[in-house]
Design a protein around this ligand. Sequence first.
Ligand code: C2E
Ligand code: MG
Ligand code: MG
Ligand code: MG
Length: 291
Amino acid sequence: FAKRSGRNNFKFYTENMNSKFMKNLDLENKMRQALKNEEFYLEYQPQVNTVTKKIISCEALIRWKSPEFGTISPDDFIRIAEDSGLIIPITRWILEKVFYEIKKVIEIDPNIYISINISGYQIKHSNLPKMIEDVLDQEKIDLKHIELELTESMLMDDILKNAEIMSKLKDLNIKLAIDDFGTGYSSLSYLKKFPIDKLKIDKSFIDGITTNEEDKVIVKTIISMAHNLGFKVIAEGVETKEQFDFLKTYNCDEIQGYYFSKPVSIEKIMEYLEENTFNTNLMNSYYNPIH
Ligand code: C2E
Ligand code: MG
Ligand code: MG
Ligand code: MG
């Protein structure tokens, strides 16, 4: 598959950049303060079953609203958090927050789970299974309600070690997904070495599925290959009915994107779950501000 992350890297240095933010030489301290001052918060984006349109899970996405810089995209600050090692306490904070909030959500839907993004730095430089067990001592939950998203490129970095960490996570009953699938250079035979539950097809492929022949073929191929390997497949960044219909035709299991909902507060997720399903009629007026 084509390597597309280069495009994102370019974006990082241009349009996404809040120059006042990027020029600040004291970012690490600012971020450390932000963690203390509770300037970070989480939003959640539904992952919806393509056939039933019921919410299966939600992805937790970090937000930073700084009094000094305004709203900063995670695409910008996560990288700095990784470079400074601050991603480790930030991830710990995310785990604590999600373990706490999931308890309220389970009361509405006992099968729901929440996906948490884990960066490569975290896997490399910390003991993630241990961190999870520590957080569990504080916030007792059943870990079947947690999924971790690891990117494809990060897994290929050290296949043996990562496979070992993943099997430890699986022993804790955690679900595992491969994020941004198609943007790294993974070999299919290696994918089988990892105890993966789900592949998330990167948005850059979904963007083209109604217009670009190559993207159509790639997406169809990823779906059938994933199913052959026993993984579920979710498409990221689905925005239109045409994209949804294509993915449904080719048996993509789940959908995540503005078509159903932007990332929202946990309270909003609970409202969605009370409704139990994305009613396509309601969606236009209530669920989805862009339609
Ligand atoms: P990701 O994990 O691939 O998350 C999906 C991104 O696509 C999110 O951007 C989400 O808001 C956006 N998205 C979802 N559906 C649509 C759509 O239909 N249209 C469009 N245009 N965008 C859509 P977000 O929240 O800005 O996050 C960007 C990236 O930052 C994430 O990509 C992830 O790599 C990283 N990130 C976000 N939160 C965390 C976190 O808590 N920890 C770590 N380590 N990384 C995070
Ligand atoms: Mg993700
Ligand atoms: Mg992704
Ligand atoms: Mg991404």
